[in-house]
Design a protein around this ligand. Structure first.
Ligand code: GLU
Length: 335
């Protein structure tokens, strides 16, 4: 597959303003920013506020403050107009609708009336052969609504059921060379089968929005957590359908708490806001994360800009980064 090979590259920071940034977000954004800046590239900040129920404008503001506190800047973004704006997904909805129309006209999209509950039950029906699991552990879509007749569809609509829209996927494998995770080859079925492009409540799915935006914003380098790795083949399939060149990918090992859990909202103590309030400096956060990324031999305080010249993905660990229990004390101790 022809890669989008822009020189200098265009990278992006794509936070979802659904909560405060924690050390795991800081890790991913620091490395995404370094990868772009180290090759003289541009950085685009895109607010992925597409889900009206979970996104909050106050989180978006706070995220921008936290990114700046970490020493990360951007050339284009919600507060830095550029040629590819707007840079908030909530302001790009008509673009997504137009692409969805085009995919529908090409016969690629079908309405799916299954509820989450039905999908869950299907996955756990005791006597049925269990459907394969998607890479993220959720049940793969078994294709229930793929071949409904027009009559069956009308009947569902008459009953007042609101459909999601799914993409009809081909039975193909997609390969890509990940700059951190190495060569990848996944079938679309392994990644969950026909996936949703629009939820039943009308909200456009992450997979579609992210690909359309990365194309429209000329993004040539995507650096993100490896929890999204199984989304990448689905996104590559969309690039094929949209006849666009995909970016280069780097999927990073995740940051976990001392118990081995992914960082989430309940990890209030590991948010940048909380650490800052506890007297931790941004230099300590950056220096510690750079050490865990293999970019310096000890967790000395550093600024993000100081790390640019020596940046490489090569020394990155291949396994998850587990934080020690007393991480806040360690960070405070770094000065
Ligand atoms: N907004 C997504 C997230 O916060 C980022 C997805 C991506 O980088 O593609 O998880």
């Amino acid at each position: 597959m022809q890669l989008r090979d822009a020189h200098p590259p265009r990278g992006r920071l794509a936070p979802s303003p659904t909560g405060r940034l924690h050390l795991g977000n800081a890790w991913a954004f620091l490395l995404a920013w370094l990868a772009a800046r180290a090759s003289g590239g541009k950085v685009v900040l895109r607010m992925e506020d597409i889900d009206p129920e979970r996104s909050r404008p106050e989180y978006a503001d706070e995220i921008m403050r936290d990114l700046r506190w970490l020493g990360l800047d951007w050339d284009e973004g919600p507060d830095a107009p550029g040629p590819c704006g707007p840079y908030e997904q909530s302001r790009r909805l008509e673009r997504y609708a137009a692409a969805l129309d085009a995919l529908t006209a090409a016969g690629r999209v079908y309405p799916c009336f299954c509820t989450r509950k039905e999908l869950r039950e299907l996955a756990s029906a005791p006597h049925a052969a269990p459907p394969p699991l998607a890479g993220d552990g959720s049940p793969a879509y078994p294709g229930t609504c793929r071949n409904l007749t027009p009559l069956q569809r009308d009947e569902q609509l008459r009953q007042g059921r609101k459909p999601a829209l799914r993409l009809r996927c081909d039975e193909i494998s997609l390969a890509f060379d990940d700059r951190v995770a190495g060569p990848q080859l996944h079938t679309l079925a392994q990644c969950g089968g026909d996936f949703a492009l629009r939820r039943s409540d009308g909200v456009v799915a992450y997979q579609l929005a992210v690909v359309l935006d990365d194309i429209a914003m000329g993004i040539s380098q995507v650096v993100r957590g490896d929890d999204i790795l199984t989304s990448t083949p689905r996104q590559l399939f969309l690039y094929q359908l949209l006849n666009a060149a995909p970016p280069q990918y780097a999927h990073l090992p995740l940051v976990l708490d001392a118990q081995g859990e992914r960082l989430a909202k309940r990890h209030q103590a590991l948010t940048l806001a909380e650490l800052r309030a506890a007297g931790v400096s941004s230099g300590a956060v950056v220096g510690y994360l750079a050490w865990r990324a293999g970019l310096q031999s000890a967790p000395h305080k550093r600024s993000a800009a100081e790390l640019v010249p020596g940046f490489s993905f090569a020394p990155l660990p291949r396994e998850a980064v587990v934080l020690p229990e007393n991480i806040a004390d360690i960070l405070r101790g770094l000065g």
